[in-house]
Design a protein around this ligand. Structure first.
Ligand code: OAD
Length: 324
């Protein structure tokens, strides 16, 4: 039975978060929370899948055809196990940008950190993002963050599991992998990056490819967390990828669900945008950083966010500068 009130606006969401009966809060994030840092999402018109150009990738005609039909093939085990180049070529700027710490945690990421620091109610951040921005929020204990789809900053061989040092890997990416976006930045043709242990050309960041298993931490933590959750905040995700999206229906009927996103998502998973306060779902439609900034303001944590101004990306700083 639902004991807590479903919020109807940002002010009532803030009250819910501060309500002593709301004890356990988890956040499920997707690419939308990192957009303000300059990393495009996947499925929006300017996103990685919509802008994918299979004809530029080192691939067979058949692989290009698959990727044209379904762009997720570029990050699939099906393709990678026989040809690592499409993945490495499409991910080259992201791999090298991560090594150079190009991107900064946004207001949406900082909200999670403030939630932990101010209330101790943050049970877990489940991030589908591989950009590591959640881990820039160092006040959140490492074990409170589950990187559901792995991380771009750790490297291993998909064949034998041997780790490779990030610096060494990035050096090889620079010299061996062509840059499909800025060809003058890299070699004219891609050549394999081999595992120093098993010799297979299957070395890549430890991210989850379609067709591969999620880290067991995801299943263990969600199994523990979801039954006891009072509030699930879903932010910046299309909720189309399983099993990450299953958190939405793993929670009990009494758990309030809040979706912060540019557009409604998850209706096919049972999220109900129609019932309002009679139901248990609240849609905070809008830009993630703007919504979380409003929420931080309502919670009375604006000065704490302002103290972190220099750690924010320029777009988030600009938004914050507009507050009084
Ligand atoms: P998507 O690109 O599928 O969805 C991002 C969602 O965020 C969309 O609904 C956008 O409308 C919304 N959005 C974008 N920018 C926003 C902003 N500034 N404010 C509010 N909303 C915004 O990305 P994910 O849901 O994260 O997995 O994708 C899930 C998984 O699919 C990824 O982890 C990745 C991908 O394939 C693997 O590679 C295994």
């Amino acid at each position: 039975m639902k004991v807590l009130q479903t919020p109807v606006d940002i002010a009532s969401l803030a009250r819910l978060i501060l309500n002593p009966d709301c004890r356990s809060i988890a956040i499920l994030t997707g690419a939308g929370v990192s957009v303000a840092s300059g990393i495009p999402d996947f499925r929006s018109p300017g996103g990685m899948y919509a802008t994918l150009r299979p004809e530029l990738l080192t691939a067979t005609p058949q692989q290009r055809k698959w990727m044209a039909m379904d762009p997720t093939y570029v990050v699939s085990w099906d393709v990678f196990q026989s040809n690592a180049f499409p993945y490495l070529e499409v991910r080259r700027p992201f791999i090298l940008g991560t090594q150079q710490q190009t991107w900064k945690a946004t207001i949406a990421h900082r909200f999670a950190e403030l939630l932990h620091a101010k209330t101790s109610k943050l049970t877990r951040v489940y991030t589908q993002n591989i950009d590591g921005l959640d881990r820039q929020c160092t006040a959140i204990p490492c074990d409170r963050i589950v990187s559901v789809h792995g991380s771009i900053a750790q490297v291993a061989c998909e064949g034998c599991g041997a780790d490779m040092d990030l610096e060494e890997f990035c050096q090889k990416v620079r010299t061996n992998i062509k840059d499909i976006y800025e060809p003058s930045n890299g070699p004219a043709e891609s050549t394999p990056i081999q595992c120093s242990k098993c010799g297979q050309a299957l070395v890549k960041p430890k991210t989850v490819l379609f067709g591969r298993n999620l880290p067991k931490e995801f299943f263990e933590r969600s199994g523990e967390d979801m039954p006891n959750l009072d509030l699930l905040i879903v932010a910046g995700t299309s909720l189309v990828v399983s099993p990450a999206n299953s958190l939405v229906y793993q929670v009990p009927e009494s758990t309030i669900r809040v979706v912060v996103n540019a557009e409604p998502v998850g209706e096919e998973l049972g999220v109900d945008y129609e019932s309002g306060p009679a139901g248990r779902d609240f849609f905070a439609q809008g830009d993630c950083d703007s919504v979380f900034l409003d929420l931080i303001q309502e919670l009375g944590w604006l000065d704490d966010l302002k103290a972190q101004n220099d750690l924010l990306p320029p777009k988030s700083q600009k938004l914050l500068a507009g507050t009084t």
